[in-house]
Design a protein around this ligand. Structure first.
Ligand code: 5GP
Ligand code: MN
Length: 334
C-alpha cells in the first residue's frame, strides 16, 4: 500500500488552504482529458462532501467517454456563467502546465490564492502553493495524496474518478510513466471501490461510430518519413465534418502512427475548425523528448506525449514542425 505520503509539506500547505476556504473553484485545461476530468471530479466531490461550495469549470465540454464518471453535477462550462458570477476563495488548477492552459476559464480564477497541482515537466511553477511532480503518472495520483493529507474519506465515487484518471494518463498502465507508486495508488482505489474492468470497458472498449469513421479517413494520410523513424497522420476539419465527429473523437488517432514498428516519433496534425490553427499531438517511443519540441512550438507536455496549438494552415504547420524536428539532428544515428 502507498504508506508514505510524498511531498508532505506541500500537501499539508494545500490541505490547509482548502480547509480554510468556503468556495473552491477547480479549473481544468482546454479540451480536458481523462486525467484532469477524473482528478477534478474527485476533488470536487470531496470538497462538496465537506460542506463547501465546489465548482469544477472548463472551457470545453467533457467528452462523452467520461459521462459514466460520478460528480458531473459539480461541473460547469464557461459558456454557462460569467466570471463575475463566481467568487472563489481559492482556485485549484489541475493538470495545467501554466495558468493560460485553462483557456477562457482563467478569467474565473478571481481568488487571491491559486493552487497548482500538475505532473508535467514543463509546468511553469505558478501559483501561491504548487505541487508539481513529473514522477507522478497522472495528476490524479497527486490528488489521491492530497485527499489523504486532507484526511478525506475515499468512497467508491471518488475512487472511480481517480482510478479513471490513472488509467487514462498511463494508457491503461502501459506507458513509461507507469510506476510502482501508481500501481500502489491504483490498488488502494480498487480497495475503495473502483471497478477496473468497468473503467477499462468505458475508456478502451467503447467508441463512437463517428470516431471510427474519422479514423478510416485519417488513415489515408498516414505517412512515414526519415527512413521510417517518423510517422504522421492528419485530421482535417473536413474529415471531422464528414464523419460528424467531434475534436475529441480524434484523440486516439495518434495511437496508430505511434504503433508502427520502427517509429520513434509520431505526429498527429488536427486542423481546428477555423483552419487558422492546428492542434499538434506528439508521441515518442523511447529516445526523443517531445515535450521540448512542444515547448519550442508554444505548447508543453511529457517526454513521451506532448502537444501544442500552432498557428497556420495544416501545410504551414507541417513545414514548421518538420523544420524543428530536422534541427534536432536525431535521425542520423540508429
Ligand atoms: P494530446 O496530444 O493528447 O493533446 O496531449 C498530450 C500531452 O500534451 C498532454 O499531457 C497534454 O496535457 C499536453 N498538451 C497538449 N496540448 C498542449 C498545449 O497546447 N499546451 C500545453 N502546455 N500542453 C499540451
Ligand atoms: Mn495528466
Amino acid at each position: 500500500m502507498a504508506k508514505k505520503i510524498p511531498h508532505r509539506d506541500k500537501l499539508e500547505q494545500i490541505a490547509t488552504i482548502i480547509a480554510e476556504s468556503k468556495r473552491v473553484l477547480i479549473l481544468e485545461h482546454e479540451k480536458p482529458d481523462g486525467d484532469c476530468i477524473g482528478s477534478g471530479l474527485a476533488l470536487a466531490l470531496v470538497v462538496s462532501s465537506l460542506g463547501k461550495k465546489a465548482m469544477l469549470l472548463s472551457q470545453d465540454p467533457h467528452p462523452a467517454t467520461y459521462d459514466f464518471l460520478p460528480g458531473a453535477h459539480l461541473h460547469t462550462m464557461t459558456s454557462c456563467l460569467e466570471p463575475e458570477e463566481t467568487d472563489p476563495d481559492v482556485t485549484v488548477f489541475l493538470d495545467c502546465t501554466g495558468p493560460e492552459r485553462a483557456g477562457e476559464a482563467l478569467s474565473y480564477a478571481r481568488s487571491k490564492t491559486w493552487i497548482n497541482i500538475d505532473h508535467h515537466v514543463s509546468n511553469s511553477q505558478f501559483g501561491h502553493a504548487s505541487l508539481v511532480d513529473p514522477d507522478a503518472a497522472a495528476t490524479g495520483e497527486l490528488v489521491f495524496f492530497l485527499l489523504k493529507a486532507m484526511g478525506a474519506a475515499i468512497d467508491t465515487d471518488v475512487a472511480t474518478c481517480l482510478y479513471a484518471a490513472l488509467v487514462s494518463d498511463t494508457g491503461g498502465f502501459r506507458y513509461q510513466n507507469t510506476s510502482p507508486r501508481c500501481f500502489h495508488v491504483a490498488a488502494e482505489l480498487i480497495d475503495s471501490g473502483a471497478n477496473p474492468s468497468q473503467v477499462a470497458d468505458y475508456l478502451y472498449e467503447t467508441r463512437s461510430l463517428s470516431s471510427l469513421l474519422l479514423l478510416k479517413n485519417a488513415l489515408h494520410t498516414l505517412a512515414l518519413h526519415k527512413g521510417g523513424k517518423l510517422a504522421s497522420i492528419d485530421v482535417t476539419a473536413q474529415m471531422l465534418k464528414d464523419a460528424r465527429a467531434s475534436f475529441e473523437d480524434a484523440n486516439s488517432v495518434i495511437d496508430y502512427p505511434r504503433s508502427i514498428a520502427g517509429v520513434e516519433v509520431a505526429l498527429c496534425f488536427k486542423e481546428n475548425q477555423d483552419q487558422a490553427t492546428v492542434h499538434l499531438s506528439l508521441r515518442s517511443r523511447s529516445k526523443v523528448d517531445v515535450s521540448k519540441v512542444a515547448v519550442s512550438l508554444g505548447g508543453g507536455g511529457h517526454p513521451r506525449a506532448a502537444g501544442a496549438v500552432v498557428e497556420g494552415t495544416l501545410e504551414q504547420v507541417r513545414a514548421r514542425v518538420f523544420g524543428v524536428l530536422d534541427g534536432l539532428g536525431i535521425w542520423t544515428d540508429s
